[in-house]
Design a protein around this ligand. Structure first.
Ligand SMILES: [Zn+2]
Length: 238
């Protein structure tokens, strides 16, 4: 089950934050003390009092709560900065409607573990959809910024032990789209055998181009790559 934290507890793990209205230098000088909130609470005023008592100055708000139309203005009115959490490559609803968009592991399986379901980072239709949605959210709900969550490749990292290792075949994405894009960007030609299946692609990539593939994977999912989100104000790591 996905952890939902309505009160102050957990914060800012593995997300990129894009904020507007202040320069990178100013933002870097003022650390955020934030809390994620996914669901409405019965007494918002009491929640804000508790946040103030804890020293929290920023609310990271789920898209559902932001779309309610009332929480973001109320938080701002109460003096909190507001960031909307936009999941990037985690999107079970999209995958249910677009099965061609699944990220694929080196075993040829869909990138799914428990509730974690990931979209292929090279799926242009999806990237466009996410970009349009995030921009429309900014226009309609006017938060102070975005928290781009799940902007990475598939892994259920909450279930990876500190001393654990991830088999490269369980990573992503080895679909034909990603293979074609990688070889194009790297100026390579994939042998016919490597194009036979995701498993064959994974073996060729990991055996012959491990370092380049790893670097390309990192670049392919981050903001700014291939027309991804514009860097207004500059994204920064949270
Ligand atoms: Zn892919």
């Amino acid at each position: 089950m996905k952890l939902r934290v309505p009160m102050a507890r957990a914060l800012l793990l593995g997300a990129a934050v894009v904020c507007f209205g202040s320069g990178p230098a100013e933002a870097a000088a003022a650390p955020l003390i934030g809390v994620k909130i996914y669901d409405p609470v019965p007494d918002t005023a009491a929640l804000f009092r508790e946040w103030r008592r804890l020293g929290i100055d920023t609310a990271f708000v789920s898209t559902a709560l932001a779309e309610s139309g009332t929480f973001v203005p109320a938080a701002r009115q109460a003096g909190f900065r507001t960031f909307v959490i936009v999941p990037v490559f985690f999107n079970p609803e999209y995958l249910a409607a677009h099965p061609d968009a699944w990220a694929i592991t080196g075993r040829g399986e869909r990138a799914k573990q428990d509730w974690v379901e990931f979209v292929c980072p090279s799926h242009e239709g999806y990237r466009e959809e996410r970009k349009r949605y995030a921009l429309s959210l900014l226009e309609r709900r006017r938060p102070d910024g975005l928290s781009l969550d799940f902007i990475r490749h598939f892994v259920f990292w909450e279930k990876v032990r500190p001393d654990g290792r991830i088999d490269p075949l369980d990573t992503t994405c080895f679909c034909p789209r990603c293979l074609a894009r990688f070889v194009s960007d790297a100026g390579l030609v994939a042998p016919g055998a490597a194009r036979a299946s995701p498993r064959a692609a994974a073996e060729w990539l990991l055996d012959h181009h491990s370092e380049g593939w790893t670097r390309w994977r990192l670049a392919s999912s981050r903001p700014g790559s291939r027309g991804w989100f514009a860097k207004r104000g500059g994204p920064r790591r949270a």
